[in-house]
Write a protein that binds this ligand. Sequence first.
Ligand code: 0WD
Ligand code: CA
Length: 382
Amino acid sequence: GAAEAPAELGGSPKRGRWAPPTLPTEPALYDGPFPFYRRPAEEGRFSLDAQRCYHPDARQLRYFAPPRAERPEPAFDLRHGYRDLYVRRDEGRREGLEHLLQWVAGNRDRLRAQGDAAGRPVNADFVTWRGHLTKVLTTPYESQEGWLLAVSLFRGTLYVSEVETPAARQQREQRSDMLQELAYMGYKFERYMCADTPDGSPDPTGVVNTNEAFCTVVRTRLGSHSLLFAGEVDCADPRGAWPEPPACYVELKTCKELHSPAQRRSFYRYKLIKWWAQSFLPGVSRIVAGFRAPDGSVATLETFETMKIFQLIRGDRGCWKPAVCMNFCEAFLAFLKKVVTEDDPQLVHLFAWEPGRPVSYTRHQGAEHVFLPAWYVETMSG
Ligand code: 0WD
Ligand code: CA
């Protein structure tokens, strides 16, 4: 596609000395036709319970149960319970790909290439979290936060796992009470919008426990790359226009109230790109936003159809383009395939990116950055 050439650009030798290739991220280099992206198909589901324990089922799936009107009456109070009804996940525990790998190991009989007993145990070029791909998609337009992605090739499949940057770690550990309350408010919004059963109604009086999660595992293809990834989804709407997963899933978001056309344009430019990338990747068809007033109340809801977001931004010159995001992702995946060619779970290539710079990488053999657990390597080697 349009984005194949740039991978080569950074690889030129400097004054005769070999320099490892880099990948440029300027949007103009990826401005071509939208690449092939196969409609994502759900391959499986799993849940994490209140103790953060893995279950190979949909027990944590919740159901979309919005108020009848666009303006909830009375308004939702997103601050309610922050002090006394909040059980927080231990974010210091880095989980890496752990739960996704548990799902893969549990489904290994189905994931092998059909009729190919000698082939790779997971019939996909890439295995990763959806959230990591979201970061890749938005890279050409990101000016604030860089990322670090660790990559290992194991039995024919590239595994991609995020490593927290020192800057992100510092931010997380020093997060102000105000930012922590904002994060809580996002989860509280879900309690007002979701029920535990398809015909139930929300019970916003209960505890918010961020250990709980429902994840969908999808399979898709971007250009020549087959992908298997998991993402956490907020709820399903079995009565919506698209009743089948993954299109039946609804992503819930909160956002500061918009008061002027300038605020709305800025929201489209800087926030909607992340919402779009996150939901487009797994084929989630709708995003429902609650707009917060300064006192933490939500009186306005707005629905964004994922496939129609590009129409909202099309008129704004200088805005982000979905094709650029996808072409960059395709080029990045091609770059990984080109660089990481030795099949060895103990070998890790760390791909690093900071705004204003190209993507670069370093090579690490043994211990330090190894992220594929021994139990997984053993299970998948048998
Ligand atoms: O340990 C790590 N480095 C990470 C673990 C980083 C990112 C995610 N995770 C875990 C999450 O806890 C969850 O089990 O991976 C799973 C979600 O993966 P994803 O869907 O690929 O992640 P992403 O698209 O970034 O986030 C989806 C949702 C978030 O919704 P919003 O509306 O805020 O985007 O997953 C939740 C959150 O609700 N989430 C988290 N929950 C607890 N701890 C975290 C986190 N660190 N990150 C995202
Ligand atoms: Ca959400």
